[in-house]
Design a protein around this ligand. Structure first.
Ligand code: 1PW
Length: 211
């Protein structure tokens, strides 16, 4: 491999998500953000057409990272401690858009659901299936419900640029297409678990519709 060549692998994304859940079933914020950062690098590998998608994720990662670097960093160690701290201190605006950790993470959480469904579709898809179809079907069934028309339209255009399933699996840099599928099978349960715990926590505190 050429010196300095990009050695990005989707493996690091999946590994980060496997490290998210603590023994107390809490979701750790740092590996959650590390997983997202890897995902952003992956999206950028897919071409500039995906940069409008990654840009929003970057903004949201930075907002939460700033909390992790602030005087209140300990409060943002896990999603559970963040929710508890922000709610107890009146930091979550239930009426309008704000920069709270809770509403910002909710956006990433919804996108994670899409990612989970998309990767599962990729894993179980046929060799010759179209990644663009898997991507748009899973998007329409999940994240699209939270997006205005203009974003749905732009996302639809970006998806058309996705390569076929096997080429896409190779882009993941995990080895052969078969090896990538095997790794997805190992890693997806961890992403599902992170999603499920967060979803239950947000539901319990009635935070799933934060503006
Ligand atoms: C190839 C598979 C890729 C899956 C990656 C998932 C990344 C999803 C990010 C979608 C972002 C689309 C453009 C931005 C939209 C924002 O308006 C929206 N953000 C998200 C993450 O959905 C809502 O954020 P807002 O406007 O309420 O701050």
């Amino acid at each position: 491999m050429a010196e300095g060549a990009e050695t990005f692998s989707l493996r690091e994304v999946l590994v980060a998500f496997t490290a998210c859940v603590s023994e107390q079933r809490e979701v750790r914020v740092d590996p959650y953000l590390a997983g997202w950062k890897g995902l952003v690098r992956f999206l950028n590998c897919l071409g500039t057409i995906f940069s409008f998608i990654s840009k929003d994720a970057v903004t949201k990662i930075e907002i939460i990272e700033n909390y992790r670097n602030s005087d209140q960093r300990e409060k943002y160690l896990t999603v559970q401690s963040m929710v508890e701290y922000e709610l107890a201190n009146g930091l979550v605006d239930l009426q309008k858009r704000s920069d709270s950790g809770c509403r910002t993470l909710l956006r990433l959480h919804r996108a994670l659901h899409w990612l989970q469904m998309f990767l599962e579709g990729l894993r179980t898809g046929k060799d010759n299936s179209k990644t663009s179809v898997i991507c748009s079907e899973t998007y329409n069934a999940s994240l699209a419900n939270y997006h205005p028309w203009i974003i749905r339209k732009a996302a639809g255009v970006a998806f058309c640029a996705l390569p076929t399933r096997n080429t896409f699996l190779e882009t993941m840099n995990v080895g052969t297409a078969e090896e990538a599928v095997a790794m997805l099978g190992d890693a997806l349960p961890y992403i599902c678990e992170v999603y499920k715990i967060t979803e239950e926590l947000y539901a319990q505190h009635k935070l799933l519709d934060l503006p």
